[in-house]
Design a binder for this molecule. Structure first.
Ligand code: MN
Length: 409
């Protein structure tokens, strides 16, 4: 299946800022789409987002994969910011998609711009923000609802051009005929709720008009930031061709055709052609209907496994010490847990119930901070146990209380 794209995009300064530091890129030939939200003093934010997109396009053109291309964009922004004093400290978000192998979208992502897909009228967020507020949500310290009004909402924890290297999130997404992708800067998502975005994308068929409507909604809500909206409609080339004779207003539906002109088809060759395409299209639909749930389930399962393997932490034991691992106890499929922070706390000094939990691996923390604070609780209970034991004079500690371990960066 070859998917064609129909793109609509718009960017707006908003109602408060005096210049637009957002930028977007659409390259149909390369199948490349990207949104960048620059930051920095004076005009530096604009330079950062433009530099990133330019470098991204050059890297994809020269055959780099999306992850390497985003890394190249980081290099380009960092290079400029460290060689020009006026640009020092500039940075940018980058959310970029390439349509590879017909029906796989590869998303490379750094920062708090977002990618969504509208599928069957349902909006689904594809990317995780690299923002302080998102980390607090993951750690269970903030609810989604609280986050909407949190003053720290625009603080990002990862951006391009700030450091010589950057960690790029990569999302492979199976896409389908009829999918509508949305790439946008936080100037949209900070102002317009996901329900409203879903409604606009469902209601307005034309991608350009949908992009303009979303920008208008963001401005109506205050427009406190630059707003960029890029919409990519994925259309199966085959069904698009077949659809041409069917979608015209005066074409009867198959049911009407057989009711109103039952003898027309066999005698008249011109009538035969649309009839064949209808059948072909019907079969395509049935195949898609059968295959879609399987593909969606596999895609979601892959996403979930990948998420739990890479975005969760647990506290276990390594070499007799309480240790924070990234991943899931025992690993998931071919993702094994990795050691993030081996603390000085001995598993043998823990309270019995804590020790047994740690031995099998405890918790499913959304952030390293969450896991570390659980370790702090363990440490506190272990110390209390030891004090208690000393007080009763029943146990003589064989080791001095361990000093606090430095938290992993
Ligand atoms: Mn912004």
């Amino acid at each position: 299946m070859t998917l064609h794209v129909v793109v609509g995009a718009a960017s707006d300064v908003g109602r408060v800022r005096d210049h637009n530091e957002d930028a977007f890129l659409v390259d149909d030939q390369l199948g490349l789409f990207a949104v960048a939200d620059g930051m920095g003093g004076h005009q530096a934010g604009e330079v950062a987002s433009a530099t990133a997109l330019e470098a991204l396009r050059a890297a994809i053109t020269s055959g780099e994969g999306i992850r390497d291309a985003v890394t190249s964009a980081n290099d380009a922004v960092y290079e400029k910011s460290t060689t020009d004093d006026r640009l020092r400290g500039m940075g940018t978000t980058l959310t970029a998609g390439t349509l590879a192998a017909g029906d796989t979208l590869l998303l490379g992502h750094v920062g708090d711009s977002r990618a969504y897909v509208l599928r069957d009228h349902q909006l689904e967020r594809l990317t995780t923000d690299h923002s302080l507020v998102e980390e607090l949500i993951q750690a269970g310290e903030l609810t989604e609802a609280q986050a909407e009004h949190d003053p720290r909402r625009s603080m990002i924890t990862r951006a391009l051009g700030i450091e010589p290297s950057v960690e790029v999130d990569l999302y492979p997404i199976q896409v389908h005929d009829g999918d509508r992708l949305l790439l946008c800067s936080d100037g949209l998502t900070g102002m317009v709720g996901e329900d409203e975005i879903e409604a606009v994308l469902t209601r307005e068929h034309d991608p350009d008009q949908a992009a303009r409507n979303l920008i208008e909604d963001a401005n109506t809500a205050g427009g406190i930031d630059n707003i960029t909206v890029l919409i990519v409609d994925l259309v199966d080339a085959e069904s698009q061709t077949a659809a041409v004779p069917i979608v015209t207003d005066d074409q009867p539906t198959p049911a009407e055709a057989s009711a109103e002109e039952p003898e027309a088809a066999p005698e008249e060759p011109p009538a035969a052609r649309p009839r064949r395409t209808r059948t072909g299209r019907g079969r395509l639909r049935r195949v898609l209907l059968w295959a879609l749930p399987v593909i969606v389930v596999l895609g979601v399962a892959f996403g979930v496994v990948d998420y739990y393997a890479h975005h969760t932490y647990f506290v276990g034991s390594d070499g007799g010490r309480v240790t924070v691992f990234q991943g899931r106890p025992g690993g998931l499929l071919f993702w094994n847990p990795t050691v993030k922070n081996r603390t000085s706390l001995r598993t043998s000094t823990l309270e019995a119930s804590d020790a047994s939990q740690v031995r099998v691996g405890h918790g499913q923390f959304g952030s390293l901070g969450g896991a570390n604070s659980y370790v702090a609780e363990l440490r506190a209970r272990a110390a209390q146990k030891q004090r208690h034991a000393l007080g009763n004079g029943t146990v003589t500690p064989t080791t001095a209380p361990a000093p606090a371990a430095p938290a992993a960066p």
